[in-house]
Design a protein around this ligand. Structure first.
Ligand SMILES: [Zn+2]
Length: 256
């Protein structure tokens, strides 16, 4: 919906989106830019312009771009009007998402400093995962959510992967043996591939980072299923908080 289009009008309706920069100034800078590509890097949506600049959208929990003006929607934070007359709205219920306009040449160093290894690239191995977790005493769940460990692993994916690998979310991250690492590695790939397959190829699917919508919800094994029977052993699933995030797991087959 954005590729190849020029931004004719940009209205940033929530100053938090561009903080610390003035939303009016950022909107003025964006006006007239033509979009070359849109792609995803971890939890970021990267909009590259023909000018060489880039808009880095950090979606956080609930941010998403929609192929509509979302007129009257109280959660709309910005509105783009394109040169073909169509509108794209940015919606963010919890308002944690951010927009950052980067000048040519700034994007790669910026992302390089913030993203860990991309989980889906061929270079992501069980051994590499082990090296990133080695010596860490943080709970496994918290270490996996840390974007410096792995880019793009959201709360849902971590719960699903830990369930699949039969690992307790509170296990010290550095305590996994080789077999456990191999299971975890396989489970992470599986969770991500499943999630990504469901996303399809349009931007409207980017509302998914924390599972607020999308067909994957029906397929969750752990996430959001408090007291429901575990698909593997039948025990009721439990919920705890780890690093401030709701965490669902099976106390019977994910023992610490
Ligand atoms: Zn179980």
């Amino acid at each position: 919906m954005l590729e190849g289009r020029r931004l004719d009008q940009v209205e940033i309706e929530d100053p938090r989106l561009t903080r610390p920069f003035d939303p009016v100034e950022v909107a003025a800078e964006l006006r007239g830019e033509r979009v070359r590509t849109v792609d995803r890097r971890g939890k970021y949506l990267v909009v590259r312009f023909e000018s060489g600049r880039a808009l880095l959208v950090h979606l956080r929990m609930t941010g998403s771009l929609r192929d509509s003006s979302l007129e009257g929607d109280p959660h709309r934070r910005a509105l783009l009007t394109l040169d073909n007359g169509s509108s794209v709205a940015y919606k963010d219920v919890r308002r944690f998402g951010t927009w950052l306009l980067l000048e040519p040449g700034e994007l790669d160093p910026y992302l390089g400093a913030r993203l860990g290894e991309e989980p889906l690239v061929a270079a992501f191995t069980a051994k590499g995962l082990g090296e990133r977790l080695e010596g860490r005493r943080a709970p496994l769940k918290a270490a996996l959510l840390d974007q410096r460990t792995l880019a793009g692993l959201g709360n849902i994916y971590v719960d699903e992967a830990l369930w699949d690998a039969r690992l307790h979310p509170l296990r010290p991250a550095g305590s996994l043996d080789r077999d456990e690492l191999r299971r975890l590695h396989r489970a992470i790939r599986k969770a991500l591939e499943l999630g990504i397959a469901r996303q399809g190829s349009t931007l409207s699917t980017y509302r998914l980072p924390d599972g607020s919508s999308g067909s994957m919800q029906k397929e969750f094994k752990a996430y959001g299923r408090l007291d429901e029977p575990c698909d593997r052993c039948g025990a009721p699933l439990a919920k705890i908080r780890v690093g401030g995030r709701g965490t669902w797991f099976c106390p019977s087959c994910q023992q610490i």
